[in-house]
Ligand binder design. Structure first.
Ligand code: BES
Ligand code: MN
Ligand code: ZN
Length: 495
């Protein structure tokens, strides 16, 4: 999708998208389009009783004298409440309308459309960003799609007098690249995207100035990563650990570590999952996907911070050589784990990835992302990622980043009681808790692999990585959840 900004006159072809506030005075852009249509736009608005509330829209086909085939009015609600997220969502709504036509181009007509909370340039840039995110499509395996079913839209223009719109869009363009990378990774089937292929895609970040290191099974064995390796033991695909370093900050600053669960397919292993819905487990690498996309966004915009992304990549398969329930493995930290359920594998992968990240980089802030538990979906559905941390300051920072980015988080309990749920009869801990609080006992397990003095949060994104319904700025499928959150977390606190 080509995105451009212009302050010239509106084009005479393509769809026109007109945002409308719920106030009496129309914007300059509205007046211009309405006049060019000979008043047809305002007549249509009146006749339909259009209310400019958020989420409302009106489609006007070929109004009056206007040469353009469509005008879409998009409700923007109250001007003084209009903020960055509202702008993104509005961009998504407008793009959604344009995508449903057979037009090749669409223009957002923003002259006079000023919000209460953003500069005009920033507002235009956010609209463009939301619009672009909405146009994502994963169609590489559709070889027989009818031409008429494929969207025709290739250009989105933003018409605004704001001179700085394009500059404001710069970092968002990189953020969009990161989100698209994550959506691609999450959408790929597991026969295509297995650990080695995932590592290869990480390698591509080298072009952005990221230093990428890939560890294979032999190296991980030497390091004593028995916990991660045990999960991949039943797979014919080799497990990998990838580190992506972006050192844009001061040399003396320890990097922030972003650590992701990258189970490229989770059958459950010997504790096999039921067949129904198992295909969803191709996106059990959503945490690693978010970390990789975030690294692309952070490096892409040349963030002035030191950040390292670490992803543990394994495939969890049942096999004659697979790990058994009851096996005891030794993690890189030296702690032993009784594997009571081979389907609680994400935490086993993260245990070694977390420890390695702290040992290797001396990270003092560690955030991990994982599609870790079904229980978090029971608690939070598909509205929030679950946040587990004992650090109130970090919780605040992450909450704020969630609010600002739209990747919302809800803090969940993590206490000594949850840690007690993973006591083992035979090893230092077991990999499952009791009946209740499955997301919290999983978090407590991860906490055993965090060093003293390290500020750490675990984000359970099982409900957020994939959408079965289309959203404001996202078609159904991989969402890219976490990329904007991490990018904003780094921007707001470390630059
Ligand atoms: N990958 C799953 C969690 C999951 C479930 C992610 C649904 C996305 C959607 C994880 O590895 C898993 O299997 N967790 C088990 C843990 C249990 C065995 C303690 C679960 O949640 O049932
Ligand atoms: Mn599992
Ligand atoms: Zn899993």
């Amino acid at each position: 999708m080509q995105i451009s900004f212009s302050s010239a006159a509106l084009p005479k072809t393509g769809a026109i998208i007109l945002p409308v506030f719920d106030e009496a005075k129309p914007t300059a852009a509205f007046t211009a389009v309405d006049e060019a249509s000979g008043g047809a736009v305002s007549r249509a608005m009146k006749a339909s009783g259009f209310k400019a509330k958020t989420g409302k829209s009106l489609e006007i086909v070929s109004p009056g004298d206007l040469p353009n085939p469509f005008v879409f009015l998009i409700g923007a609600g109250a001007r003084k409440e209009f903020d960055a997220l509202a702008a993104q969502n509005l961009g998504g709504a407008g793009a959604g309308k344009a995508l449903a036509t057979r037009e090749k181009s669409a223009v957002f007509a923003l002259d006079g459309f000023s919000g209460g909370k953003l500069s005009d340039g920033a507002l235009a840039a956010r609209i463009a960003h939301g619009a672009r995110l909405k146009t994502y499509r994963f169609d590489k395996y559709r070889t027989k799609e009818e031409k008429d079913d494929k969207p025709t839209l290739t250009k989105i223009a933003v018409n605004t007098p704001a001179k700085d719109a394009k500059t404001e869009y710069g970092a968002l363009d990189k953020l969009g690249d990161g989100v698209f990378l994550t959506r691609d990774l999450v959408s790929e089937p597991a026969n295509i995207l297995y650990p080695d292929e995932f590592a290869k895609r990480c390698k591509k970040l080298t072009a952005l100035g990221v230093k990428v290191t890939v560890l294979g099974e032999a190296e991980m064995k030497k390091l004593g990563m028995g916990s991660l390796l045990g999960v991949g033991q039943g797979s014919v695909r080799d497990s990998k650990l990838v580190a992506m370093e972006w050192m844009g900050g001061k040399k003396s600053d320890a990097p922030i570590a972003l650590v992701g669960k990258g189970v490229t397919f989770d059958t459950g292993g010997i504790s096999l999952k039921p067949a129904g819905g198992m295909e969803d487990m191709k996106w059990d690498m959503g945490g690693a996907g978010a970390v990789t996309g975030a690294m692309a966004a952070i490096a892409g915009r040349k963030a002035k911070a030191n950040v390292v992304g670490v992803v543990g990549l394994v495939e969890n398969m049942p096999d004659g050589n697979a790990q058994r329930p009851g096996d005891v493995v030794t993690s890189m930290s030296g702690q032993t784990i009784e594997v009571l359920n081979t389907d609680a594998e994400g935490r086993l992968v993260l245990a070694d990835a977390l420890w390695w990240a702290q040992e290797t980089y001396g990270a003092k802030t560690v955030i991990d992302l994982a599609t870790l538990t079904g229980a978090i979906i029971v608690a939070l559905a598909h509205e929030f990622g679950g946040m587990f941390t004992k650090d109130d300051k970090l919780a605040k920072q992450l909450d704020a980043a969630g609010e600002a980015s739209g990747d919302k988080l809800w803090r969940m309990p993590l206490t000594k009681a949850h840690d007690e749920m993973i006591k083992s009869e035979i090893a230092d801990m077991q990999n499952i808790g009791g009946k209740g609080a499955g997301s919290s006992s999983a978090a407590a397990f991860l906490g055993r692999f965090i060093k003293e003095g390290v500020s750490w949060a675990h984000l359970d994104i099982a409900g957020m990585a994939w959408a079965t319904k289309e959203k404001a700025i996202c078609p159904k499928g991989g969402t890219g959840y976490g990329v904007a959150l991490l990018d904003e977390f780094v921007r707001a606190n470390f630059e």
